[in-house]
Design a protein around this ligand. Structure first.
Ligand code: JCQ
Length: 247
């Protein structure tokens, strides 16, 4: 997988892509990354990338010409990559989108700034994604979110500790509670079942806690979650006795 990022602020991408899991994966060339400065496709001598909006009003709009030249150059190297635009007006980006995008050969992430991008650029874009209902100063933050969500699904990036489908949201449920030593902290004991060594019991407890948590915090996720008959029975119990801790 190759990620091409088109941005006015290449420096944004330096430490997030060097630190941690993604930095290691890049060193191992498990995926590839190129950060392109949009300014480099603006016209000398002033290298202007924005202009006032037709119709007046505040703010500036990103000009289409430098974006077109940059995308033409990027596409020559990556002709089959999918072009993504991050914007509050996009479709909500979800785990299933990350899974779908992780199967692409390449992604081009176009990062908007100012009040927005000239509307004619939208015609070249394959997908518009929003990462949430708030406004950011630029698409760079959203691009990093999408890169992280997609890259961690690529083979080898997380190691073997979990397969893409097994963590939170793989099946549409929230995670179960995690504990490590000590067995008692702040007067709160680690649930006995987790110290029992009984792996079947532990799996059952975790499933139940995932269902409980999802029911309490994000009940709307249950409508789309992959639920077995046993899950539905547990859910019915939890709905009847919500504060019951466990047997
Ligand atoms: C993405 N939720 C919020 C800011 C202009 C395309 O033009 C612009 C894009 C941005 C950045 O995106 C967001 C966002 N998801 O603000 C200004």
């Amino acid at each position: 997988m190759k990620f091409d990022v088109l941005t006015l602020f290449p420096a944004f991408f330096e430490s997030p892509l060097q630190a941690g899991v993604l930095g290691k994966a890049l060193e191992k060339q498990l995926f590839h990354m190129a950060i392109h400065n949009l300014r480099g496709w603006a016209e000398a001598p002033h290298f202007v990338v924005d202009d006032a909006p037709y119709g007046g009003g505040g703010g500036m709009v990103m000009k289409p010409e430098p974006i077109r030249r940059a995308l033409d150059a990027i596409r020559r190297e990556a002709p089959r990559s999918r072009l993504l635009l991050m914007t509050p007006q996009g479709r909500a980006f979800r785990q299933r989108d990350a899974v779908g995008l992780s199967r692409e050969e390449g992604l081009i992430l176009l990062c908007g700034r100012y009040e927005g991008i000239d509307e004619r650029v939208r015609a070249w874009v394959d997908d518009e994604y929003s990462i949430g209902d708030y406004v950011l100063t630029g698409g760079e933050y959203a691009a990093l979110v999408i890169i992280d969500a997609v890259a961690r699904l690529l083979p080898g990036v997380l190691g073997n500790e979990l397969s893409a489908g097994e963590d939170s949201f793989g099946d549409g449920l929230l995670e179960y509670p995690h504990y490590t030593r000590p067995a008692e902290f702040d007067g709160i004991r680690v649930p006995e079942v987790l110290q029992s060594g009984n792996h079947a019991e532990i799996a059952r407890w975790r499933r139940r806690e995932r269902l409980r948590r999802t029911l309490e915090r994000r009940p709307e996720l249950l409508d789309e979650a992959a639920l077995s008959t046993g899950d539905r029975r547990l859910l019915a119990e939890l709905r009847n006795r919500p504060e019951e801790k466990k047997e």
